[in-house]
Design a protein around this ligand. Structure first.
Ligand SMILES: [Zn+2]
Ligand SMILES: [Zn+2]
Length: 817
């Protein structure tokens, strides 16, 4: 009979739901295990292959842990604010709230059909006022501590999405992370969270978490710590000072010019009348360039002199002050001391504009390059001469500090997190702008500032909330005069920076989350999601967690103790995309095969962290496994009512078929356990398939041994094919569901011992055959078998045996003449 998945899967889903099998008792913290996948963005596309690949295997791991006795908490929710719903509204006129709610309902029922072990009591969605109220509360706490602030700055603007973007949302090629449009720079007044305050801790705590090395490295590079010095250069004939940041203060004797970022406030003051026009023209010409374009190593260097000169503090040399776009106002001090001898960019610039080059580190004799970046003795550097780079740095920093010319300085590449967006579908920023009082935070008792339903969506670069007069016009909470609400909304990464804490008690109304539970249940024991979040969500959440710790709300330093990134599923080697029309729709397959087969196939495709290539045919292999397993169990229906298997058997007393079945099931328990524990689903499932082959001998076993084996096999199936596992467990005669009363069997250590070995037989150094022998057989017994084998005697008959050498359990060598 064909496995009736379309009856069995809904039956178990209903059972689990009715009996609240997956409602976690969070007060029990012994053996607690918080397993989490990155929550879902509820788009109109519903669940695609990538979701299934993130959620299915992770759920299998969580189920395995539950069977092993852990108190597992696995929640699911919706990251439900965001641009796509709003863009959809602009296109179709359907309000983001309406489309989002519809999508959430559809997705929830899809998730239930997948058979996920989610605790639906903990479900949350970020677009609900009872959730985003706490984004606003979080904002106010940051604001109070000076960690949320507004400033005018050059920011990234996506012309397509009509909103600013955080640096983290601009990809390496200068395009928008959401839509791929080239991002431009605009000077705008925006809200920032001061993530830089936590830069050092965000860096050093990476050593204390179990994350993929590659992800940690990306965060390290993004934070970009460099140790150097700030050095003050006096301006010739002026009281102004230029402070530069450099990671190579040891090269200061080779500084032959100074570069200011074109936006630097000193540019206007220092530029001499002769150069005013060319400086203005230059500033105009680079306005549209992004930081990434400006600092690109392949771009030709550009710049103009200001006509002013600085004095190098170490040698009194008069050096020209230039402006150039490769100096950024957002990095260091916005001023660079140029040392062409030791810096490639400066070399290129100096060569182009015929500025002098002074080497301060002696390159090796065979060095043929231009700027020399390596180590070597200092030259042309007065009291530093002869010292290596590290010693020179120390010496010059103390000299600068003693002579009041500069200080040691640590610099980070990390910039503050730009969180305001000129879009509608997000959390309103709880600030009121009063003509008299300025920025006035909304009082906590007045939260939430609810997002109004009625707005005009076609925004063209201004915040849609401006179109709702009733929302915008308010009385100032301080002076009572007419004032205006902030019309920007928050980056949705604010919503996702703390959601894992809210899951523990999503309805709690007096505090942002249940502090008591948060202290017991964080950090998250296992977090699984895409690597594309490495320097966005995964960085922001660490920052906010540390901030919440400083508020005394959590007692851990990090939100996610363990992290795994799932790989990507491709289709015929190509990335799935709508435009290529090669997207695999899970529904097409679950309709024909059921959720278990689909989940199994995804896990079997390849190593979880690498992903795999989809094949329509490949899924039939998983289907066959499910079918054959089901057949075996139906054949042995109610076997537990006929036989009560013991915990362990003596293999010496078994007949051969029983012995091999008994050994195989115990070996499989051991193997499966090791593999699935480490997210190696493909090899875990492979071990079950091997076991299934061995079970052809089940009919030759006693009922007791058959029952013993099937009990264990059902438990092994349960994590990877959850509905089938429950069904099989019941078929053999168990009354209580496996997930309701978790069971895991220990393997019998004695059954793991290999009792036979394969011995290679060589004649005159050539391998002729291998023979199977009992472990530790003596030479006489082996010899007898060797010379009974035709493949050996063919080469020894009629010849003189000169020598026989036996290496125990390994090899039998014969030399003949
Ligand atoms: Zn965009
Ligand atoms: Zn006021």
């Amino acid at each position: 009979m064909r496995y009736p998945f379309s009856e069995i899967e809904p039956k178990w889903q209903k059972y689990w739901e009715d009996k609240k099998v997956f409602k976690t008792d969070l007060t029990k913290t012994e053996e607690k295990l918080y397993c989490l996948v990155m929550f879902i963005y509820p788009s109109g596309a519903k669940l695609h292959c990538g979701h299934w690949y993130n959620y299915g295997p992770t759920d299998s791991w969580a189920r395995y842990k539950k069977l092993k006795g852990y108190n597992v908490f696995e929640p699911m929710g919706y990251d439900s604010f965001g641009l796509p719903a709003e863009n959809y509204a602009i296109k179709t006129g359907i309000h983001p709230y309406d489309s989002t709610m519809q999508n959430i309902n559809d997705i929830r029922s899809q998730l239930k059909k997948m058979g996920g072990m989610y605790d639906w009591n903990a479900e949350l969605m970020t677009c609900a006022p009872e959730y985003y109220k706490w984004n606003q509360w979080l904002f106010l706490q940051l604001y109070k501590k000076g960690l949320a602030y507004r400033k005018n700055a050059p920011v990234n603007w996506c012309p397509n999405d009509q909103t600013v973007l955080a640096n983290e949302q601009v990809q390496a090629d200068g395009t928008c992370e959401r839509c791929g449009t080239v991002v431009i720079q605009k000077n705008l007044t925006q809200w920032f969270f001061k993530i830089t305050e936590y830069a050092e801790e965000l860096l050093s705590d990476l050593d204390n978490i179990n994350w993929p090395e590659k992800t940690k490295l990306m965060q390290r590079n993004w934070i970009g710590k460099s140790v150097g010095a700030e050095i003050n250069f006096n301006v010739d004939g002026s009281d102004e000072k230029i402070t530069v940041f450099t990671t190579r203060p040891d090269t200061v004797f080779g500084a032959t010019y100074v570069v200011l970022a074109p936006e630097h406030p000193l540019v206007d003051k220092l530029t001499t009348s002769k150069y005013k026009k060319s400086v203005e023209d230059y500033i105009e010409s680079i306005k549209s360039l992004t930081e990434i374009e400006r600092t690109s190593t392949v771009k030709e260097k550009t710049g103009v002199p200001t006509g002013a000169y600085a004095i190098n503090p170490v040698n009194g040399m008069k050096i020209p002050i230039w402006i150039a776009d490769y100096a950024l106002l957002t990095y260091g001090t916005g001023c660079v001391m140029a040392v062409p001898g030791q810096d490639e960019r400066d070399w290129e610039f100096a060569t182009k504009f015929e500025l002098p080059v002074i080497r301060t580190v002696e390159p090796p004799k065979d060095f043929e390059g231009e700027a020399y970046l390596g180590d070597g003795p200092a030259i042309n550097s007065d009291f530093l001469n002869g010292l290596n780079v590290a010693d020179s740095k120390k010496r010059i920093i103390s000299w600068l500090e003693n002579n009041n010319h500069g200080t040691k300085k640590i610099n980070y590449r990390l910039r503050d997190w730009l969180i305001s967006r000129q879009r509608y579908w997000g959390t309103p920023i709880p600030i009121i702008h009063c003509p008299k009082c300025g920025e006035v935070p909304v009082e906590e008792k007045d939260l939430p500032v609810e997002l109004p339903y009625d707005v005009k969506f076609k925004s063209e670069g201004t915040s849609p909330l401006l179109s709702n007069e009733e929302f915008i016009n308010v009385k100032c909470p301080k002076c009572g005069e007419p004032a205006k609400r902030e019309a920007d909304t928050m980056d949705t990464f604010v919503d996702s920076s703390w959601y894992y804490l809210r899951y523990l008690d999503p309805k709690v109304s007096k505090q942002i989350f249940n502090k008591e539970l948060a202290e017991k249940w964080t950090p998250i024991d296992m977090y699984v999601g895409g690597a594309e979040h490495s320097t966005m969500h995964l960085l922001y959440a660490r920052f906010i967690h540390k901030f919440l710790r400083d508020l005394g709300l959590v007692n851990s330093n990090e939100p996610f103790a363990n992290l795994i990134h799932q790989g990507t599923i491709t289709n015929n080697g190509a990335k799935m995309s709508k435009s290529k029309g090669n997207v695999v729709n899970p529904d097409d397959f679950t309709v024909n095969y059921g959720a278990d087969v689909f989940r199994l196939y995804l896990m079997f495709m390849g190593p979880y962290e690498l992903g795999g290539d989809w094949s329509d045919k490949g899924i039939t292999g998983s289907d066959r496994f499910v079918q054959r397993s089901y057949d075996i169990f139906t054949k042995h229906e109610d076997i537990l009512k006929k036989a009560s298997p013991k915990e362990q058997y003596n293999i010496e007393e078994m007949k051969d078929e029983e012995k091999s079945v008994y050994k195989k099931i115990n070996q499989t328990i051991k193997k499966f356990d090791e593999e699935i524990n480490n997210f190696r689903f493909n090899t875990a499932i492979a071990s079950l398939m091997e076991l299934l082959n061995e079970l052809k001998n089940l009919d030759k076993c006693s009922d007791e041994i058959a029952a013993y084996t099937l009990q264990r096999f059902a438990v092994l199936i349960a994590p990877v094919a959850p509905h089938l596992g429950e069904e099989c467990w019941k078929l053999i005669g168990n009354e209580i569901s496996l997930m309701e009363k978790p069971v895991w069997f220990q393997f019998d250590l004695k059954a793991l011992v290999e009792d036979s070995v394969n011995i290679a037989v060589q004649v005159n150094g050539k391998l002729r055959t291998t023979i199977e022998m009992p472990l530790n057989s003596e030479q006489a017994a082996v010899k007898e078998s060797v010379f009974a084998d035709e493949k050996v005697t063919k080469h020894t008959n009629g010849k003189q045996v000169l020598k026989e050498i036996y290496v125990k359990n390994k090899i039998y060598n014969i030399v003949v003449k």
